[in-house]
Design a protein around this ligand. Structure first.
Ligand code: PLP
Length: 375
């Protein structure tokens, strides 16, 4: 069976987790958390990165940091994971969904401006499959309307846009280290803070509203409850697990890109014959091979293909029922403008197996089955 996903594991994880236990520091912000912070700050050229318990929680922190409240509107695509919306809905915001571009499945940057009202408080973009949104246009719109930008970069660790790491461009960037992502700690994530002036408040929110981080740095002689917050810091045992992969981040990235390129190469003829659609990576975007997907003709053909692959030992899945079409989306949001591509393209998209244990032979096997299916 070629699984759709297998959790990342490199071999050093147990050793590093053992070290946290021996250091008698298994709670948050221990030695492995510090290593991960330093690595991410340097690699992503971000002045401050904080590990969190999930990307969902990183997004929640961003929403709190932006003082999002009842009646505020936040613009985002409808083709995204529930967490992108949840984080803002928890603060009482109303979500304004806009359509996507069919080539990248990312928010259509040209539709954002017309969705802005005097209640708009933020723009939240999501870099689908680790391929960047059109950030120059988006940051320009945001600057002209004095709106902050949050990047849901859950899928985009190690991707870049015109040489800038994704997650580091907007006011806040949110990463996921869930087991379905390229690098994992089981459940976990990180928030990237672009402006250092926001660091202290982010630390407070992550540490139950206390100034404990300042205390550890020796900046205050005792820590107290300063503002409201929550507990968004992960255990150092989880950070130890993640560190084993960050150490090998380039190897993992190169290997995944090799598998991705092989899919693309072996499926080119099917695409040229007009049987399937393949992902598009715009000029200036360097992706991280988070995902390989194809597009079928329609939802009916996709269902048949999923069963066909399953019978031949291949796990292929689809995702995102557009948020505006489901119960919570109808309750907490509205779709601005016309849904030209969100629903239609989401019904065509099928994700093929791609994980760190996949082999080139596995890719060829999957591609052969696809060619058989399409005759
Ligand atoms: C995986 C994912 C999330 C959620 O990440 P968690 O770490 O599981 O909270 C959010 N947004 C997108 C786009 C994702 O792919």
């Amino acid at each position: 069976m070629i699984h759709f996903n297998e959790p990342p594991f490199t071999g050093k994880e147990f050793e590093y987790m053992r070290q946290t236990v021996e250091a008698a520091h298994i709670c948050g912000d221990g030695m492995f958390t510090k290593k991960c912070h330093a690595w991410l700050e340097e690699r992503m050229r971000s002045p401050k990165v904080l590990l969190t318990t999930s990307c969902t929680h990183a997004l929640e922190m961003a929403a709190i940091l932006l003082d999002i409240g009842p009646g505020d509107e936040v613009i985002m695509p409808s083709y995204t994971f529930a967490s992108t919306a949840d984080a803002f809905v928890l603060r009482g915001a109303r979500i304004v969904f806009v359509d996507i571009r069919p080539d990248t499945m990312n928010i259509d940057e040209n539709l954002i401006e017309e969705a802005i009202t005097d209640r708009t408080r933020a723009i939240c973009v999501m870099h689908y499959a680790g391929v960047a949104c059109e950030m120059d246009t988006i940051m320009d719109i945001a600057a002209r309307h004095r709106l902050p930008v949050v990047e849901d970069a859950a899928q985009a660790v190690m991707s870049s846009y015109k040489g800038r790491p994704l997650g580091s461009i907007g006011d806040y960037g949110c990463y996921s280290f869930h087991e379905t992502k390229n690098y994992s700690m089981g459940e976990g994530g990180a928030i990237l803070i672009r402006d250092i002036k926001n660091r202290d408040r982010a630390e407070l929110i992550r540490e139950k509203g206390t100034d404990r981080s300042k205390f550890w740095r020796g900046e205050v002689d005792k820590y107290t409850w300063v503002d409201f917050g929550s507990s968004y810091l992960p255990s150092d045992m989880n950070a130890a697990y993640l560190w084993a992969q960050l150490e090998l981040a380039d190897e993992i990235n190169d290997r995944r890109l090799g598998l991705w390129d092989r899919y693309r190469r072996e499926l080119t003829t099917l695409a040229e014959r007009g049987k399937i659609g393949l992902p598009h990576v715009p000029e200036g975007c360097v992706h991280n091979a988070h995902m390989f997907y194809i597009k079928t003709d329609d939802i009916e053909q996709r269902s048949r293909l999923i069963s066909y692959l399953k019978e031949r030992g291949v796990g292929a899945v689809f995702h995102y029922i557009p948020l505006h079409t489901v119960a919570a989306g109808r309750k907490y949001g509205i779709f601005h403008g016309q849904d030209r591509y969100t629903t239609r393209e989401s019904e065509r998209l099928l994700r093929l197996p791609l994980h760190n244990n996949l082999t080139g032979d596995d890719v060829s096997y999957v591609c052969r089955r696809l060619k058989e299916f399409y005759g």
